[in-house]
Design a protein around this ligand. Sequence first.
Ligand code: NDP
Length: 259
Amino acid sequence: MNRLAGKVALVTGAGRGIGAAIARAFAAEGAAVVLAELDGATAAATAREIANACEGARTLAVQTDVTQPASLRAAVQEAQRAFGPVDVLVNNAGINVFADPLTMTDDDWRRCFAVDLDGVWNGCRAVLPGMVERCAGSIINIASTHAFQIIPGCFPYPVAKHGVIGLTRALGIEYAPKNVRVNAIAPGYIETQLTHDWWNAQPDPEAARKATLELPPMKRIGRPEEVAMTAVFLASDEAPFINASCITIDGGRTALHHE
Ligand code: NDP
């Protein structure tokens, strides 16, 4: 399995969850992978786990805060020093900020946008000059089905995720002539710590979990590996004409009107 052989990939928020699954899948497909993660210890542990599980895997953990443009620029430089120019960027780091619009604090708003939208732009800005110069690159932004649909009380997360789709389309168009593809993936519910934290914050976590599993027509939620498979495809040379697009991974939930 060498669909990403020779490529250098940087994945933000790769210490756990969807980002870790993407880093694992990329390494298994032959990419050198930089795990750019807020928690340096988690990043290092995941990088080690991948290196142990996957013979010949090349991984590097770099403590990175996506809210800080300089931090992302430094991560891209470290990637270049270790493995060469970054061919693939996955802007995966994200946080849930779910509040009522009128009781939400200014800090909630800023925190959400700092990670979920500025963080994506900061990543793009750090890799685009090199990609444009080399006339090659694939950027994959992890959006959400919240980028198309609204759940009351989940403000302002969907506002930021709508922005991720706008950013994906805008940059995809800007840099298409330079052969840089910018795409998004919109997962529905995926079983990660983020989802467990949300269930645990509900008055009855078990009831919340059961209700979530009932939502998709397939009567289950997704696995991080199922998002990673699509990220591999978009990162690879198998998707050369897919640009400024978004692939939804939700078992059909978004297409369902109601049961
Ligand atoms: P997790 O919370 O499990 O993982 C997110 C990772 O991002 C964590 O390792 C976290 O690090 C890291 N991170 C958070 N803030 C920063 C930062 N400022 N700089 C660098 N890294 C950071 O989330 P998921 O894996 O579930 O989600 C990944 C992406 O997928 C997010 O963008 C999310 O919005 C999106 N998504 C998830 C869905 C789901 O159901 N799980 C559904 C739809 C979209 P730390 O632990 O140190 O804070």
